[in-house]
Design a protein around this ligand. Structure first.
Ligand code: HEM
Length: 378
């Protein structure tokens, strides 16, 4: 099953890479080599670029030497690489069902550079721009009902700790991941190759260690918030009317509205699970796996695509939790919101509290003194 899944996925990715590869195939001939029939030459370096020029534009590039290593024979040699591919210094050519003989490492590189980086980058930028325009035109939501001075507990200390541990790890992962993927375009020209090299080296290690922290806190967040994110009657109606975003008032919602539930299931549960699973695989933390190069490449493509989708989704979450909604951040920071905040953003929840169906205070910790009197939370 595992092997079948791997083959199907790899074939799909090979087909994806085949387009851009084929376009270059006729124009580019590998230097001084007799490639196997069906070999698709790398799209880069450009055919008009000599090795001398290439060494200048890509310091450290020693393509002819490594091509020689690969073509000196596909027999096992001596390398200190542990695991199933011990002795294999250079990834061999592969042929996926339905596609020609190809260089899998190059196919992976093409998919990364020609699909994931440009489209993923565009998605993140467009999302950030859309949120900025929304904020500019609309400003923060809420704050129309005056505070009552009566506060209710929205998040217990445990819920807040789980949320912030997870959000902290996510922020480290997102920033380090974005620098690793896109820093070459916006940081390298500013800070230079040496500093950029050390920075990405440091961030890559930080990324590897923040990953497991994110994984553990993600499971805790899912278990903590799952109950109030279960679908309820009225969620569809809320979604179809965009929660009242374009009207005067928000559509009444329970503790979490349908958009929050969508982020919970699609962003936290599904994308979070995929990013964590593929990340732990690349960290070689999953037991009983071979960690072959091709599998690592597939894991990388899944990880990068899901992570960029997740970043775009969580830009929306972070916007709504900070600039976009008055008083929301205070709720997650202090644990308390004014009843008026509940009336504006989660009317069904506050009605449940008033009717005694949901306790106004769930934790046993004493409420901070400044929140027991009038003064509000916004
Ligand atoms: C990094 C910056 C983040 C900020 C500033 C932030 C802010 C907030 C705020 C203010 C709330 C309360 C919303 C309300 O009262 O309805 C909230 C809720 C929540 N956040 Fe975050 N958050 C961040 C990151 C994350 C991350 C990375 C995750 C998970 C991957 C996450 C998962 C949740 C969940 C599960 C809730 C409860 C609402 C629900 O279940 O739909 N947050 N966040």
């Amino acid at each position: 099953m595992h092997a079948l899944f791997r083959t199907l996925l790899a074939s799909a990715l090979a087909l994806l890479a085949a387009g851009p590869l084929q376009a270059q195939a006729d124009a580019t001939k590998p230097e001084g080599a007799n490639p196997p029939a069906g070999f698709v030459a790398p799209a880069e370096p450009r055919p008009d670029e000599s090795q001398a020029q290439r060494t200048k534009s890509q310091p450290g590039n020693n393509a002819p030497f490594w091509r020689g290593v690969r073509e000196s024979g596909q027999q096992p040699g001596l390398s200190n690489l542990p695991g199933a591919e011990q002795g294999v210094l250079i990834q061999p050519f592969v042929q996926y069902p339905g596609s020609r003989l190809t260089n899998a490492g190059e196919a992976w590189r093409q998919v990364r550079n020609r699909w994931i980086i440009p489209y993923g980058g565009a998605l993140v930028l467009i999302t950030a721009l859309a949120l900025a325009i929304f904020y500019w035109r609309r400003g923060p939501m809420g704050g129309h009902i005056p505070d009552t001075g009566r506060v209710v507990e929205r998040f217990t200390p445990f819920e807040r700790s789980a949320h912030w541990a997870n959000a902290g790890a996510f922020s480290i992962l997102a920033i380090s991941g974005l620098v690793m993927a896109f820093g070459k375009f916006f940081l390298l020209p500013v800070i230079g190759a040496t500093l950029f090299g050390w920075l990405t080296y440091g961030l890559k290690n930080l990324h590897n260690f923040a990953g497991p922290v994110f994984a553990v806190s993600l499971v805790i967040v899912i278990l903590t918030f799952v109950r109030d994110n279960l679908p309820a009657a009225g969620d569809l109606k809320w979604l179809l009317r965009f929660g009242g975003l374009f009207g005067k008032e928000e559509i009444p919602s329970p503790r979490f509205n349908a958009a929050e539930k969508l982020v919970f299931w699609a962003g936290v549960f599904v994308l979070g699970g995929v990013v964590v699973g593929s990340g732990l695989y690349m960290d070689k933390l999953l037991p009983g796996m071979d960690y072959l190069r091709t599998d690592m490449q597939v894991a990388h493509m899944i990880h990068a695509s899901a992570a960029l989708l997740m970043v775009a989704m969580f830009l929306g979450h972070i916007y709504l939790g900070t600039l976009g909604t008055r008083g929301a951040l205070a709720g997650m920071r202090t644990g308390y919101v004014d009843e008026a905040w509940g009336d504006e953003h989660h009317k069904l929840w506050i009605e449940d509290i008033r009717a005694g169906r949901v306790p106004a205070q769930r934790s046993t910790e004493p409420r901070p003194a400044h929140l027991t009197t009038a003064g509000g939370t916004r």
